[in-house]
Design a protein around this ligand. Structure first.
Ligand code: NDP
Ligand code: BG6
Length: 513
């Protein structure tokens, strides 16, 4: 050990690290976490996973002993990985602060191992490398599968056979898509369960890690004023809206096989809906919450074709700039009918929500970017002010808006008297604007989810029965759309989307917010 220590010091490694490597610090009862990013050379790893891990490190949320290892087929040295990762890191916590030192410390904990996703031998080599860094401590291992879905199973098999922990826990984070319909999703679950127990599988839906989505339960269950109103008795309709002001740029190949319904509605929006509509869970325990979400999903009617509008963006020229059509993307087959926009009306057939339309709208290449939940309340019965002042009924109803992103906010639209001697009503907002109220920057969804996975908190991950229930709602519709080759309504890039969405909403006496 003394020679190791000396060699380490001579090579410029810090004293503490040298002591670790030489075994001076080892206490067998101490544990360590090794996080392996499988697909480390890819887009998601660079864009989200490494930056989130750094933010956790910066905040002191990672355990004292941890190692981060990138794994992919690309040939890279540790130094090249560190260089790649360093380009993606920012001082998100406080942009004015110089966090170079922290970055350097973090990068020293990052390593790279090149290997094939279907090679047990390559994963066995990874295991050896991890062991060196773990230094004999109890090793807990987290694998983040940031790779295309067709290689999930190979990677899970190799990781579990050759690189799972011998004395601690092993967990695997799986990224969507979890199949493309009920059958393929069930097949994926079956295959995963050949190698992993359900408790080891962390299916990520990053929308569940967004601050305002997590806050939904707090809003409902810790404020007396909301929960009593949360039912068909007071709520007229609920809207879940997702829009992006850019197309599928760069991801057309992936997207064409899935479309907006699978990409956004069946997971992100449906998960928010389930949280929004569930009954009060017995406790905040993950299983209690997920039990309630499953009940909501199982109480829903599968989507009907007549309750869905699909669209696809077409080219549009504005201010001398021509924006491409979806099918102009070289990776998208010519004549593709894949929807880049969809609007749908869903219903929950239970006592609380009977007859209340839950509307969803999701689209790419629209005029704006954002995600929000809109709760439109019923009219005030016999409203004195409508009678006397003829206020437009639609405008006069209350609406609660939860703006998930950007510029997070929760606001309630109320009717108010315009100050003055006359009697004129006005719509105003009771506004909780996060940037004004809270000075701290909101953590990225991936930070929360990675931390939860390290800590074994499953509340924000999708259980297999939730996934089955979610697919059962969408699979018949998706099959029908594909079998009947339903032609999407074309909308110009940068527009508000197909007008069909307005007719759909009007059928249920709803106006999109
Ligand atoms: P990439 O396409 O960038 O793939 C990640 C890595 O996997 C690549 O760097 C490559 O590494 C390896 N890889 C790619 N294609 C193949 C192939 N056909 N066979 C074997 N290896 C391959 O994916 P992303 O990083 O964009 O996404 C990773 C996962 O996360 C996917 O499941 C995706 O659906 C999901 N996801 C991605 C989001 C995003 O914004 N990017 C958002 C939400 C989910 P190498 O060649 O070095 O082995
Ligand atoms: C992903 C979808 O799950 O979510 C993408 O595959 C989409 O198509 C993305 O762009 C949106 O996430 P966010 O967090 O940027 O709203």
């Amino acid at each position: 050990p003394f020679k190791k220590l000396k060699d380490g010091l001579l090579s410029g490694t810090s004293l503490e690290e040298c002591k670790d490597a030489a075994g001076f610090h080892i206490n067998e009862t101490e544990s360590t976490v090794s996080i392996t990013v499988v697909g480390a050379s890819g887009d998601l790893a660079k864009k989200k996973i490494f930056p989130a891990l750094f933010a956790l490190y910066y905040e002191g949320c990672l355990p004292e002993h941890f190692t981060i290892c990138g794994y992919a087929r690309s040939k890279m040295t540790d130094a090249e990985l560190r260089n790649m990762v360093s380009r993606t890191l920012t001082c998100r916590i406080d942009k004015r602060e110089n966090c170079d030192e922290k970055m350097e410390q973090f990068l020293k904990r990052c390593f790279y191992h090149s290997g094939q996703y279907d090679s047990e031998e390559n994963f066995a080599d990874l295991d050896k490398k991890l062991k060196q860094h773990e230094g004999g401590r109890v090793s807990n291992r987290l694998f983040y599968l940031s790779i295309p879905p067709n290689i999930f199973i190979d990677a899970v098999k190799c990781a579990s056979v050759s690189a799972s922990s011998g004395n601690g826990w092993t967990r695997v984070i799986v990224e969507k898509p979890f199949g493309r319909d009920s059958e393929s999703s069930a097949a994926l679950t079956r295959s995963l369960k050949q190698y992993l127990a359900e408790e080891q599988i962390f299916r990520i839906d990053h929308y569940l890690g967004k601050e305002l989505v997590e806050n939904l339960s707090v809003l409902r269950f810790s404020n007396l004023i909301f929960e009593p109103l949360w039912s068909r008795q007071y709520i007229r309709n609920v809207q879940f809206i997702f829009s992006e002001d850019f197309g599928t740029e760069g991801r057309g190949g992936y997207f064409d096989n899935y479309g907006i319904i699978r990409d956004i509605m069946q997971n992100h929006l449906l998960q928010i809906l389930a949280l929004f509509a569930m009954e009060t869970p017995v406790s905040l325990d993950a299983e209690d919450i997920r039990n309630e979400k499953v009940k909501v999903l199982r109480s829903m009617r599968p989507l009907q074709l007549e309750d869905v509008v699909v669209g696809q963006y077409k080219s549009h020229t504005k201010g001398g700039v021509t924006y491409p059509a979806y099918t102009d993307d070289k990776t998208v087959p010519k004549g593709s009918l894949t929807p880049t926009f969809a609007a749908a009306a869903l219903f929950i057939d239970n006592a609380r929500w009977d007859g209340v339309p839950f509307l969803m709208k999701a689209g790419k290449a629209l005029h704006t970017k954002g995600a929000e939940i809109r709760v439109q309340f019923r009219h005030v019965p016999g409203n004195l002010y409508n009678r006397n002042f003829g206020t437009d009924l639609d405008r006069a109803t209350n609406e609660l808006v939860i703006r998930v992103q950007p510029d997070e906010a929760i606001y309630l639209k109320i009717n108010n008297k315009v100050p003055g001697l006359g009697m004129r009503l006005d719509r105003s907002n009771l506004n909780l604007h996060y940037a004004a109220r809270y000075s701290k920057e909101i953590p990225d969804a991936y930070e929360r989810l990675l931390l939860d996975a390290v800590e074994g908190e499953r509340r924000l991950f999708i259980r297999s029965d939730e996934l089955d229930a979610a697919w059962s709602l969408f699979t018949p519709l998706l099959k029908e759309l594909e079998e009947k080759k339903i032609i999407p309504e074309y909308y110009p890039y940068g527009s508000r989307g197909p007008v069909g969405a307005h007719y759909l909403a009007a059928r249920y006496k709803v106006r999109w917010g």
